[in-house]
Ligand binder design. Sequence first.
Ligand SMILES: Nc1nc2c(ncn2[C@@H]2O[C@H](COP(=O)(O)OP(=O)(O)O)[C@@H](O)[C@H]2O)c(=O)[nH]1
Ligand SMILES: [Mg+2]
Length: 317
Amino acid sequence: MFENIPKIEKPEFYIELGMRSAKRYASSRKLREKVKSRRIAELEIIKADAFTRSVGGCIGKICSSFPTIDQLPIFYKELLEAMVGINELKVSIARMQGAAEKIESMAMDYKKRIKSSDTEYIAKKKREFYGRAFSMLKKSKAAFSFAENARKDLRQFPSIKTKILTICICGYPNVGKSTLLSKLTGSRPDIAPYAFTTRQLMIGYIANKIQIIDTPGNFKEDFKKMNWIEKQSYLAIKHLCKKIIYVFDITETCGFTISQQEELFNKLVKKFRAKQFSIYLSKSDMGLDKKQEFEDNNKNHKIFDDADKLKAFLLED
Ligand SMILES: Nc1nc2c(ncn2[C@@H]2O[C@H](COP(=O)(O)OP(=O)(O)O)[C@@H](O)[C@H]2O)c(=O)[nH]1
Ligand SMILES: [Mg+2]
């Protein structure tokens, strides 16, 4: 979703690029003026134009490639705030843009002044113009590096659809969440016989109608202390999903007892009160049948031990 922001270099890079562009234009243009000092002014104007165009063009491209923050869906806005900092990003973009605009207006002034001046004055003004332009860019160094770090973070943002029915799968590590995602959507997430396999949010789709997100279930209380994946999942549950499927591993081979799993389930139900919870009992193929027992204990929630039946239920809605 945010893959198109170009790499943001240090200000020196754009200075160098601008100077190279100035040189290239100066050597390729035919001068019209006949008088020596006029010819020098004409040449310097061509250079200043090329420099300003190059710097302004690069910065313009960077700034416009960032998403318009105020128009982002709330999920992405909060993710951006958590991972990057919205204000800091806005300030950095404004700084870079401001530097480009200032250079442009300095160039206008410089060109006007040297137009019909003598060689010595042109040389003095030239030193002044580039000196100021360079320091203008170098002063914005922090903004360039902040924007570059933001770009790197943004590239790792998940591509989540924010407008279709979204369901999150929650539960302790190793209970069978990714396996269920794969059974429901046919996608092939990271499944391994050890915990903490999920390093990226795993997302699958049923018939392009339902989006299912595999999340780690055991969130830390404090949002700030959550890791990257937990933050994404937490915000996805909070802002995007309508339903939650909680996976119970009835065999306890995941390493968590049923009562531990129940505790987490109750915590989530309390935390995300507005969501609709269903329960999926995984690993029921291993010979244990606890469906009736779960149904007796959870009158408020639908219980499934068959992924196909769960899928049919989700599609019904
Ligand atoms: N027999 C059986 N094993 C399962 C089932 N679901 C998951 N597993 C196994 O349990 C382990 C953890 O599964 P995984 O889907 O990665 O769990 P996650 O950490 O919750 O995503 C893996 O070894 C799976 O093969 C199931 O329904 N039946
Ligand atoms: Mg998993």
